[in-house]
Design a protein. Structure first.
Length: 226
């Protein structure tokens, strides 16, 4: 969520670069006036507060962290809307990205480490459990040692992969369903603004969370096809 918010602001900065020379006196004055304009800062903070209130309890943590980073680098909890953005804004957003990405990389590395250790310990326990049954058999089974080794390895890796994929998918749903739900009203009005009441698709105009249902249907369709 924090990365998506950063990307939105970073995209706006890239779309409005400052063409003037950095040492231009007039440009510096315009930049100083914009940065010191308390009205723009108040509007940015109000937008940040509205976005924070709309977020669910999981997204609020990410938004709170991101808004505090913006406040540290830009003195406002949201990006101030400017006609043009300077190179300083670009570099500041790069630092904001690093402040988001580095903790994520560390957490992801720790998560992979503990998941791998757990899968290895589980595989070890299954191997010793199956060895008892193997030793109690009188007849010889061809390649039994390799079968125990490979079967326990494949089973533990499959369960580990399925478990991590399920948790990631669940967290993605929790994080992005509220965002899709909030955007559905605007998108529905824009897409079906010209539909008459006699149209067969008029009912789509009044469906809350339309984008959520569309995403769900597409996912189910892809699952059936695959």
């Amino acid at each position: 969520v924090a990365i998506n918010s950063w990307y939105s602001d970073f995209y706006n900065v890239l779309q409005k670069p400052k063409i003037e020379l950095l040492d231009s006196n007039s440009t510096q004055k315009i930049e100083e006036n914009l940065e010191n304009n308390t009205t723009l800062i108040q509007e940015a903070n109000q937008r940040a507060e509205q976005n924070f209130q709309k977020a669910n309890f999981i997204n609020k943590g990410a938004l709170y962290y991101y808004q505090n980073l913006l406040e540290y680098f830009f003195n406002s909890r949201a990006m101030i809307e400017k006609p043009n953005y300077s190179a300083n804004d670009f570099y500041a957003l790069i630092l904001v990205f690093l402040a988001i990405a580095i903790p994520y990389v560390l957490i992801a590395t720790i998560n992979i480490y503990f998941a791998s250790v757990y899968a290895f310990k589980w595989r070890e326990a299954m191997t010793f459990s199956y060895l008892k049954f193997w030793k109690n058999k009188d007849d010889n089974i061809e390649g039994s040692s390799q079968r125990i080794q490979e079967d326990t390895y494949n089973f533990s890796k499959i369960v580990e992969s399925l478990g991590l994929s399920f948790i990631k998918a669940l967290m993605t749903l929790v994080a992005f369903i509220p965002i899709l739900w909030s955007l559905s009203d605007v998108v529905s009005k824009a897409l079906f603004a010209n539909l008459s009441e006699n149209s067969s698709f008029y009912f789509l105009k009044n469906i809350d969370g339309l984008l959520v249902y569309i995403a769900l249907l597409i996912s189910l369709g892809g699952l059936v096809v695959s």
